[in-house]
Design a protein around this ligand. Structure first.
Ligand code: 3PG
Length: 306
């Protein structure tokens, strides 16, 4: 019998798990789950006899893929698939997919939530600032960026975007103004929200030169990946610009240095929380389960990324 494993170090909401199980069992497949595992060895053990795997930010390394000789498909219930070794998957004829768009609204709500929190001095009682009328630059206009734009417009922000892969007309149709270079975006916007994936081109691409272009009150919001930030440059901009603030859903490696010297100018969620809502878990988990069923039964490989 086809066996589908949900392996999530950071569990889905129970309602999402229930729905995934239902879809898998309705298809006549066996459902298995490994949650909150603390050691890679637990994952290596349970993948031994599975045909399909649903993960979140869990690392599907070559070792994991090789430990699963029956594996045919891995679905990352979420957008970014930088946690899957695509080369190893392809070599083992394992299809890798993501579920684009399914958790995007949750991430976008967190972006604006962190911005309000910081604009109000982390609710310390001192007089803060408002988002209305401020300029927000969206770096990469995919599913999350688009939701961020919508919500920010509701706050009365002026919204701009830079994304060389998205047509100007599509961005402009949302009432968002287009910049054609990252330099222009950063030079004009007090707030920047990052939505770029982590890959060889983008790693460490958010550097001193870009950040130093930002106007007074520069606030960088990162719900993308920590790897896209040049952390040496991040520390330098914190030191050089007393107005610079950094809000992130990804704890940087240099957290201790930032915490020691720049109190009140940063916020890091203790655990990555962007997609951590019941709604996002249901959307992404259910999509992943349906994609697996369609792939195993009909060979449908929509959303394949390798
Ligand atoms: C994504 O790429 O979809 C987000 O980073 C969510 O990651 P998570 O499922 O680990 O919360």
């Amino acid at each position: 019998m086809t066996k589908v494993l949900v392996a999530t170090e950071k569990p889905f909401a129970p309602a999402a798990v229930g729905q995934i199980k239902q879809i898998v069992e309705d298809a006549g497949f066996e459902f298995a789950i490994l949650e909150k595992y603390t050691d890679k060895s637990e994952l290596l053990e349970v993948v031994k006899d599975v045909d399909a795997l649903i993960i979140r930010s869990d690392k599907a390394t070559k070792e994991v893929i090789l430990a699963a000789p029956k594996l045919k498909i891995i679905v990352r219930a979420g957008a970014g698939y930088d946690n899957i070794d695509l080369e190893a998957a392809t070599a083992q004829q394992v299809v890798a997919m993501n579920t684009p768009g399914q958790n995007s609204n949750a991430v976008a709500e967190l972006v604006l939530g962190m911005m309000v929190f910081q604009a109000r001095n982390q609710f310390n009682g001192k007089s803060g600032t408002e988002l209305k009328g401020k300029k927000l630059g969206i770096h990469a206009y995919g599913n999350v960026g688009r939701y961020v734009a919508q919500i920010a417009k509701g706050f009365g922000m002026e919204v701009f975007a830079f994304d060389p892969f998205v047509k100007d007309e599509l961005i402009e149709a949302d009432g968002v103004q287009v910049f054609h270079t990252a330099e222009e975006l950063y030079s004009n916007c007090q707030y920047i929200s990052l939505h770029i994936p982590a890959n060889e081109k983008t790693k460490k691409s958010i550097n001193y030169d870009l950040l130093n272009r930002m106007p007074f009150g520069a606030t960088l919001v990162n719900t993308a990946r920590k790897e896209v930030i040049d952390e040496e440059d991040l520390l330098k901009i914190f030191a050089d610009r007393s107005d610079f603030m950094y809000l992130s859903d990804l704890v940087p490696d240099c957290k201790e240095e930032i915490a020691m010297e720049f109190e009140g100018r940063f916020f890091f969620t203790p655990k990555k929380s962007g997609a951590q809502t019941t709604e996002a878990n249901i959307n992404a988990g259910v999509a992943a389960a349906h994609q697996i069923v369609r792939f195993i039964k009909d060979g449908d490989s929509k959303y394949k990324v390798n």
